[in-house]
Design a protein around this ligand. Structure first.
Ligand code: NOJ
Ligand code: CA
Length: 546
């Protein structure tokens, strides 16, 4: 157990995933940037988020949207300067918004000077061994390929030095060799550099793949956990206990929870397996998938927290479901084969929910009421659409839709100059789905999201309460109690496409009254008898038990 007393700010934050490129363009070159994001900090404050997670903003050939880093120590000029970054951080902090940045350490771009240097350095030298080389592609046989629509091996032949190099992602992203102590030292230096700017946290990209070991899947090996413990100790020693580490470990709950260590590795960790099961339950009109995965989710150290999410900048990953469930998801949510990519679906929440406000609200109500810190994906707060005809995962990375004007108000550039086109799909056209329209409408999705975030922030039971699942006979209903010493909240969600009736055994709360939390409507008093509720199709209640 870590000895440091940490400020646990991340345990009840609302995190907004913010790709600079897509948010707001301040200089009309068609690419979003830091100055643009600074201009939109008021919007984020009003939305109510308490942290932003910035996607990679470092110099990069951008063949994987910046997850291919060519220089760890500065800002890509298309996004601005280090001073702009500094100003963004200061502006965010003034508004009570913390800043999490991306730390991509598993690999670099093949344009990184370390890779060029490695190729020039003599075999066996430390410089050469910054990366993982082999004379044969048979090494680490059987390790799965992640970008399976794009790569057919984890080894790529380098004709110049006549060896293969190892990469878990694109071939232009060689994996760093963590067995080399010099590499590990470089990583510490990078962390120290950005920590000194006052960043509040790091998302650790692709963290299970740091070390390779023959005869294993090369994922989650003990050496990776040992390194994370060292990294955490280093950060606490140098920067105190407030910097949060958020692991991207797309793994089964038990393997994933291992990244918390004993409270001495990462503070947070995405709950990857829960996410697709929320979608599965909605199509099966049945709670079992969700119940099972919660059941499989181990207890975690008290200073740790899951990060929960509905969508992000990648495909909706189906890595953590069975083969049968994967096909179920593809058939149900990606009838259009163009929407399928790797082991997932490249669509946004709004399209997955058929543009249905009710379904989007139901999914968000689960996100905000289940244990874990919610992470929102930019644009989902207005029900933004997507474009799966764009390359790779670009279809969920299109410009933020601010208004009905040129380029959705994102940029004044020539529309042909935009980094990606705005969404003009008839169903999700930016002319109707945009911030300005929704600011004006009292009952818009945006206003609803603001309200939900506000309620989440006002209620400790939703943020950090214990969860107790209820098991009413009607299995189309998911129901649970969140409770903390100061309050008790009952959550009831109808996963069915039709109205449902449910009877809940709440006899332990007999005599207490209930109140709906969004509109503050008084609800019936609890008695010894079953507590009866009716719910509309995809309806839900958050009831405070007074
Ligand atoms: C995970 C990131 O979320 C994804 O966008 C990226 O392509 C890979 N890691 C490789 O860095
Ligand atoms: Ca710009």
């Amino acid at each position: 157990m870590s000895t440091h007393t940490t400020d646990l700010w991340y345990k009840d934050a609302v995190i907004y995933e913010l790709p600079l490129k897509s948010f707001y363009d301040s200089n009309d070159d068609g690419i979003g940037d830091f100055r643009g994001a600074i201009d939109k900090l008021d919007y984020l404050e009003e939305l109510g988020v308490t942290a932003v997670w910035l996607l990679p903003f470092f110099p990069s050939p951008l063949k994987d949207d910046g997850y291919d880093i060519a220089d760890y120590y500065t800002v890509n000029p298309i996004y601005g300067t280090l001073d702009d970054f500094r100003e963004f951080v200061a502006g965010a902090k003034r508004r009570g918004i913390r800043v999490i940045i991306e730390l991509v350490i598993n690999h670099t771009s093949d344009q990184h000077p370390w890779f060029k240097r490695a190729k020039e350095a003599p075999e066996g030298s430390s410089f050469r061994n910054f990366y993982v080389w082999s004379r044969s592609a048979d090494k680490y046989e059987g390790v799965r390929i992640i970008f399976k629509d794009f790569e057919d091996s984890n080894w790529t032949w380098d004709p110049e030095i006549e060896q293969y190099y190892w990469h878990r992602f694109y071939h232009h992203q060689p994996d760093l060799n963590f067995d080399n102590p010099e590499v590990r030292l470089e990583i510490f230096k990078i962390i120290d550099y950005w920590a000194d700017f006052g960043v509040d946290g790091f998302r650790l990209d692709a963290i299970p793949y740091l070390f390779e070991r023959e005869g294993t899947s090369c994922e989650n090996v003990p050496e990776t956990h040992a390194f994370l413990k060292e990294l955490r100790a280093h950060i606490e020693r140098k920067h105190g206990g407030e910097i949060m580490l958020l692991a991207e470990a797309n793994m089964w709950p038990k393997d994933s929870a291992a990244y918390f260590g004993e409270g001495d590795e990462c503070h947070m960790n995405f709950h990857f397996p829960l996410m697709p099961r929320l979608y599965m339950a909605l199509k099966r009109h049945h709670r079992q998938d969700i119940v099972d995965i919660l059941d499989e989710t181990p207890e975690i150290p008290s200073v740790c927290q899951w990060a929960t999410f509905l969508r992000n900048h990648d495909e909706l990953t189906l890595e953590m479901v069975t083969e049968m469930d994967r096909w179920f998801m593809w058939e149900e949510y990606a009838e259009n084969h163009q929407a399928r990519i790797n082991l997932g679906i490249r669509l946004r929440l709004a399209r997955l929910m058929d543009g249905s406000r009710r379904k989007m609200e139901l999914m968000n109500s689960l996100l905000f009421s289940m244990p874990g810190t919610p992470v929102l994906y930019y644009g989902d707060e207005i029900g933004m659409g997507d474009n799966c005809y764009l390359n790779d995962r670009d279809g969920v990375r299109t410009p933020m839709q601010w208004n009905a004007n040129l380029n959705a108000g994102f940029s004044n550039a020539n529309p042909q100059e935009l980094y990606l086109p705005v969404v003009i799909d008839p169903e999700f056209n930016y002319r109707t789905i945009n911030v300005e329209v929704q600011e004006k409408r009292h009952r818009s999705m945006l206003q609803w999201m603001r309200k939900m975030i506000g309620i989440y922030k006002d209620h400790p039971a939703l943020r950090s309460g214990d969860m107790q699942l209820l098991f009413p006979a009607n299995e189309r209903i998911l129901a649970y109690i969140r409770s903390c010493p100061s309050e008790t909240v009952l959550v009831v969600a109808n996963l069915s496409y039709k109205p449902e009736v449910v009877e809940l055994d709440l006899s332990e709360y007999a005599g207490r009254s209930t109140r709906e939390m969004i509109y503050e409507t008084p609800f019936p008093q609890i008695t010894d008898r079953p507590f009866l509720l009716t719910l509309g199709a995809y309806g839900f209640y958050w009831l405070q038990i007074d």
